[in-house]
Design a protein around this ligand. Structure first.
Ligand SMILES: [Zn+2]
Ligand SMILES: [Zn+2]
Ligand SMILES: [Zn+2]
Length: 500
């Protein structure tokens, strides 16, 4: 006889209680390749049901799964832990009772087990418990519901994001064909109304940003990247380090809560992991490892502070970031060292980070920064010269002739902005902070795709280099072959002048 689910959960619950953010990492595993493989195997198993009777049962099941999910989508799930626990216990008991009554109650049983799954802090763990305790057909139904639920949530994303007030939507756009004739689809930003030249389409705050390491602790805010005018005083770290400064107490508070509490070197010995991490960035003049540390810390902050509503159209930072394109980063000694430093830095403070930061995930995050980050320019007075970073020219999108820039930042919507050598928008930083404003550089019609240039193309209306060099620069930094109208035109012109 199978063990009761309730009995096994009692054991599991002890482990998970009090680790709020474990929910976070755990839910993410649902999107993990390994876990998806398991789901796929389960689905395959479900599909292998051969007899026609069972086939009919399965079709009926698929239909009722879809219906059940529709209903569950309209339910309001409890928010407090106490209410969640109550619902959880009720649904598991109900599921067990229904499953015991026989086959015709399997669907209803699966719905109950699925509801319990929605409120359990550690869904993957619960799935493993179900596998041991729930009759196989019911378990298969729960798995099918789960995978359909994940799929639906993924599709819903682009319907609710970006919000209407940003005046853009993310569309699937054709991007040529593969060698064997398959259509390539990419996602790009499309205007949802007309814009005049010079009009601001939207403004956006980044997910994560960082100053050039050489500017840290000088007159630049560690949080919003703003240059602090000489006439204003800087705000120092409330924990006590002297490595960073802020433009306001507001920025200081946010930085400490979201990430600096993990990175601060105050009253720590020079051999501490915090010092080692900070020194690595300064010595090598690199921002991306620090940005990844901030990003991970911010995810934990978000997970431990936000009030969950249980709604399906809520997306967290990871949901936003995991969809973004990224450059393949090959693992090397540099990355191995960075992962080690990062784990030593965050590991003792953030249980679970060790398993979360796999080599693959670190390289992916780095590749996302390399492909999507924008150079941020905030110098308001005087001139700043900082040593050129090995990351800078090659990796951040920027049309600025002023190199080096103040820092770099990763944005949610703006990451979808495609490159063109004759773009219809430009990225700017009018408040001289990390807040990005997307400005129309010519009249734009509703439904038109928005583009920007990832590199400087012209200066005072004159091209800064020929199309061959420009294409090479784009290919080197972002690994794509530019096929914009301008490149086509200039190539055709060059070809015809060759013939003359
Ligand atoms: Zn600031
Ligand atoms: Zn500090
Ligand atoms: Zn081009």
């Amino acid at each position: 006889m199978k063990t009761s689910t309730v009995a096994l959960i009692a054991v599991g619950a002890v482990v998970t209680v009090g680790i709020g953010y474990a929910i976070y990492f755990d839910q993410k595993r649902r999107n993990d390749p390994e876990f998806r493989k398991r789901l796929k195997r389960e689905r395959k198993r479900l599909l292998k049901v051969k007899k026609s009777e069972e086939e009919a049962f399965k079709n009926k099941a698929a239909e009722s799964i879809s219906q059940a999910l529709d209903e569950i989508a309209n339910e309001t799930f409890p928010v407090t832990n106490q209410d969640k626990e109550k619902l959880f216990v009720e649904e598991v008991a109900k599921g067990e009772e229904l499953a015991a009554r026989g086959e015709e109650f399997y669907n209803e049983a699966a719905v109950s087990f699925f509801r319990a799954l929605k409120v359990y802090p550690s869904p993957v763990e619960l799935v493993m418990i179900y596998q041991k305790t729930v009759p196989e057909p019911v378990f298969n139904l729960v798995m099918a519901m789960m995978s359909l639920d994940v799929k639906r949530k993924q599709e819903l994303y682009y319907k609710v994001y970006p919000p209407a007030e940003m005046n853009v939507r993310i569309d699937e756009l054709p991007e040529g064909v593969t060698d064997d004739g398959k259509q390539i689809i990419r996602r790009g930003l499309v205007a949802t109304r007309d814009f005049d030249e010079g009009e601001v389409i939207y403004t956006e705050i980044p997910v994560v940003s960082a100053l050039e390491p050489a500017l840290e602790g000088q007159d630049f805010c560690n949080f919003c990247l703003k240059q602090i005018p000489a006439s204003e005083s800087t705000v120092t770290c409330s924990i006590g380090c002297e490595k960073v400064v802020y433009c306001s107490t507001d920025c200081e508070k946010k930085a400490v809560a979201q990430y600096h509490q993990y990175l601060c070197t105050s009253s720590l010995s020079l051999s501490s992991k915090e010092h080692e991490f900070a020194t690595y960035a300064t010595k090598n003049n690199v921002k991306y490892p620090g940005m990844i540390a901030r990003f991970l810390a911010t995810m934990v902050y978000e997970e431990t502070t936000k009030v969950p509503t249980g709604r399906d159209d809520e997306y967290n930072t990871w949901d936003h970031i995991e969809r973004l394109r990224f450059l393949e980063v090959n693992p090397g000694p540099t990355e191995a060292l960075e992962i080690k430093l990062l784990k030593e830095l965050l590991g003792p403070k953030v249980p679970g980070i060790d398993e979360f930061v796999t080599e693959e995930r670190y390289l992916t995050l780095k590749g996302k920064l390399q492909y999507n980050a924008y150079g941020v320019e905030t110098v308001a007075e005087g001139e700043k010269t900082v040593p050129k970073s090995p990351e800078q020219h090659r990796n951040a999108r920027s049309t600025s002739p002023a190199h080096p820039l103040t820092g770099a930042a990763l944005y949610r919507a703006t990451s979808y902005l495609a490159h063109s050598c004759e773009p219809n928008t430009a990225v700017s930083f009018p408040r001289r902070t990390q807040e990005l404003a997307l400005v129309a550089t010519r009249p734009i019609k509703q439904g038109e795709e928005l583009t920007t240039s990832y590199v400087q193309v012209d200066s005072d209306g004159e091209p800064v280099r020929g199309h061959v060099e420009r294409k090479k620069e784009l290919a080197d930094a972002f690994r794509f072959k530019c096929a914009c109208k301008r490149c086509e035109r200039e190539e055709a012109a060059a070809a015809s002048s060759d013939r003359d």
